[in-house]
Design a protein around this ligand. Sequence first.
Ligand code: SF4
Length: 378
Amino acid sequence: MHIPFCVRKCVYCDFLSGPASDALRRDYLEALRRELACEARHYRAYEVETVFFGGGTPSILEAQELTELLAQLCSHYRIAGETEITLEANPGTLTPDKLACLRRAGINRLSIGLQSADDKELRLLGRIHTYAEFLQTYRWAREAGFDNINIDLISGLPGQTPADWRDTLEKVLRLHPEHISAYSLIVEEGTPLHRHLGEYPALPDEECDRQMYQETKRMLAVQGYERYEISNYARAGFACRHNRIYWQRGKRHTADYAGFGLGASSTVGSLRWKNTDDMARYLSLCGAGDTAALREEREALSERELMAEFMILGLRMMRGISEKEFCDTFGREPDAVYGAVLEKYEKCGLLARGGGRIFLTDAGIDVSNVVFADFLPD
Ligand code: SF4
C-alpha cells in the first residue's frame, strides 16, 4: 500500500512522494479505502501472506488512520494467520503512544529509514532527523514490543570515506536489529542531488565503494547476519518474507502481488499494471468507484519475460534459483532455455551450481547487472 507523503523531499529521492496538506492526505486515504473495497472482488481466491505499507513515509499518518486502513484491508481480504505486516517509518514521525497503537493494531515489522548514523551526512541528504532522534525512535519501538526491525542504510554518500561508513555500521550493529538493508547511493536523474552534484563533496571513487561493500559483508557476517539478497542481511529467521516472495517468482500465483495507491504496481499471473501516478486522476477515479481505470502501463508478460524475471529476481537471492522450480513453473529445464548463457558464466566463474540450484558467485555479485542483462529477451 503506497502512502506517497513525506515531511519533505530528501535530495537523492526519485520516489513518487512529497509533502501534502491535511486535506489532500484525508482525500487520499478516502480514495485508498475505496480502492481497497472496489478491488477486493478480484482477490477472493487469495490469502494475503504479507502486507507492506511503503512510501513515501507511511509513518507520517496518524495511528488511527493506519489502523483504519488495516481494518479496511482485513474486512475485504482474507489475511493469513501469521501475516507479516511491515510499516516503513522515518524517525521524527513516531511517538511512544503511536508505536504502541500500531503494534496493537497488528503491525509486526518496522522498517526504519536511517541511511546514516552521521548527522553531517544526514543533513547533506536532506533527512528530517538526527542520529539521536533515530536512536530515540528505535528505543520507543522496542519498548512498544516491535521485535522485528529493519534499518535502511545507504553507502557511497558524497564525501563519505570507508571509515565513515564503518562507523555507521558499528553504531547500527550495537543495536542488534533483526534486519539491515544496505544499498549504495544511486544518483538518479532529476533529483536535486543530480542537478547540483558539483556543489556536494565528491562521491567516493570506485576503490572506496569496493571497500565499503567488502566491509559491509565482513562486518555483518561477523555479527551473525546472513546475507540473503545482494543488499539485504538478516539474523536467523528474520529475512523479510515480503521481499522473499517478491524475488522468488515461483509457481504461478504464489508470488502475485496487488499494489494499492498512487503509482502502485501489481502483478497477477502474467498480467502486470501500474496505477496512475496522477494524484487528481487517482482521487477522481476512486471517488467514482472506477478503479479499473486506474490501471495504466498494462502488459501481458510473455513466457520468455516471465522466465527472465524468474532468473533475474531469483539470482538476486544468495541461494539463487531452484532448477526444479523453474522446471515445474515453465515445463522446461533452465539449461534448455538459457544453456549458452549459463555455460558462459559458469565457465568464467560468475555463476555456480549446487544442490539443484544456480546462484551467483562472489565475483558474479560484483557484476550482477551484466549477468542479468544476458537473461533478458532480445
Ligand atoms: S523519506 Fe524516503 S520517500 Fe520520503 S523523500 Fe526521503 S527518501 Fe524519499
